[in-house]
Design a protein around this ligand. Structure first.
Ligand code: SF4
Ligand code: SF4
Length: 139
């Protein structure tokens, strides 16, 4: 995932991340689905879909087979829209899902590279048995 935005990250924020997730690559390297950015805060598309501005993005999904995180707006657009739309507009989730996939890929610039400058470190007190990381913004 790649986001051309500056999200408001909390310094020393603790995120819970799957132990099987790949390590976060350096800024500018190909996105590997580590999930760090989306677990720290939703991007503008995530904010729009979830109506939340902080914490892990609710549409972020885990791909068990691949062992990486995936943006649910792209991988499961229909479900993401069903969550986002009020009940009386749920019939639009199907027709709008293709548009969300297309626009979402452009919006988050999927596939271009990692634009997150967060630094993820394993919390030392729980490193033995829990996939918990601390993420810090880095300018
Ligand atoms: S953009 Fe970077 S931090 Fe976000 S999921 Fe991709 S590799 Fe991880
Ligand atoms: S909408 Fe997708 S890319 Fe944006 S924060 Fe959520 S999971 Fe990540």
């Amino acid at each position: 995932m790649f986001h051309s935005d500056d999200r408001a990250f909390d310094q020393g924020q603790v995120i819970h991340i799957r132990s099987a997730a790949p390590a976060k690559p350096a800024f500018g390297q190909p996105c590997n689905g580590c999930g760090v950015c989306c677990l720290a805060a939703p991007c503008p598309l995530g904010m729009l879909l979830t109506r939340r501005t902080k914490g892990a993005c609710a549409v972020l999904g885990w791909d068990e087979a691949q062992g990486l995180y995936r943006c649910g707006a792209l991988s499961q657009p229909r479900q993401a829209l069903q969550r986002a739309l009020p009940g009386w507009l749920n019939f639009l989730a199907g027709p709008l899902s293709m548009a969300l996939t297309r626009l979402g890929r452009r919006w988050i610039a999927a596939g271009r590279g990692c634009d997150s400058q967060l630094i993820a470190t394993v919390c030392p007190d729980i490193a033995d048995n829990a996939p918990t990381h601390s993420a810090e913004s880095h300018d």
